[in-house]
Design a protein around this ligand. Sequence first.
Ligand SMILES: NC(=O)c1ccc[n+]([C@@H]2O[C@H](COP(=O)([O-])OP(=O)(O)OC[C@H]3O[C@@H](n4cnc5c(N)ncnc54)[C@H](OP(=O)(O)O)[C@@H]3O)[C@@H](O)[C@H]2O)c1
Length: 299
Amino acid sequence: MSDKEELKAVLITGANSGIGRKTLELLIDKGYFVYAGARKDKDIEELNKLPNTLAIKLDVTNDEQVKQAIETITKEGRGLYGLVNNAGIVVFGPIITTSMEMMKDLFEVNVYGPHRMTLACFPLLRKSKGRIVNISSISGILTGKILGLYSMSKHALEAYSDTLIQNAADFDMNVSVIEPGNFKSDIGSNLIEKMRKEEESYRINMTAVQRKQQFKEVEEGFSTDHGFPEPFKVAEAIFDALFSEKPKLRYLVCGNEEEVKWVIKRMFVELLQLNHNHEYSFDKKVLIDILDECISEMK
Ligand SMILES: NC(=O)c1ccc[n+]([C@@H]2O[C@H](COP(=O)([O-])OP(=O)(O)OC[C@H]3O[C@@H](n4cnc5c(N)ncnc54)[C@H](OP(=O)(O)O)[C@@H]3O)[C@@H](O)[C@H]2O)c1
């Protein structure tokens, strides 16, 4: 085995900021090699200064760039052990003001992006019996009035991960999904930037005054960091999903107990809604028996 093969390599999409960047730093710190996906030349230049890092121009919506990225990784000759589908964007506003164009753009990055990357990396990952880590969100469980579209995309990624986990197991590969709460990153400033450039046609059922008001809300809400923690804990969870002997299927990673409660409560509410008032509704005792059954299956 060559030196290159011994240093396990991981491809991270959107590695230049936020969660992707913290994960990159942790991996190189622990002695792994990272293919760092980034879109902008200045980010690529900066990432290439880091040890054990090769930055790759990679927009996950761009088939040609994805193809070239795989060619580069293959030529490098160290194989590929992990793929972290991290690249993502957030969009804002009620569903009723969402044009088809906007929805397609969001899904192109947050949903089709991970699939495009998974398909492209599959031959290399299959060879290494490697791992895929999908970065979802607590929004993959929760749904809100204003971030509903983002939440739709992360719900899709949750279902995608659940099925991929089963497909990948046939090839001795592992898939995990990470659900971060709120952490400090560039996602808010990227949203503001995106909205600033936005064509009017991007949103429908809105007057110019409402558009302006919405933009103001986003600027006020997303320009401050709200004291959210740096995403070190998220990077650690991704590391565990990539390298621990017994990776978890889901990693809920929150900055405080309140966020955890939102998620767990939402799951209970949905369960109770599904069980409510129909011919096969279960009583509380049966629900607890099912819970016990699930607990013993998890062990
Ligand atoms: N921060 C949080 O609180 C939080 C919570 C839950 C889930 N998440 C998820 O965590 C992931 C990382 O987000 P983040 O919070 O770290 O935000 P971020 O700092 O904005 O990072 C997002 C990364 O994705 C990249 N990206 C965006 N569109 C892309 C595309 N089409 N192709 C390739 N790369 C693209 C960005 O590149 P550019 O710099 O070139 O735009 C950036 O590197 C996302 O999937 C997000 O949904 C974040």
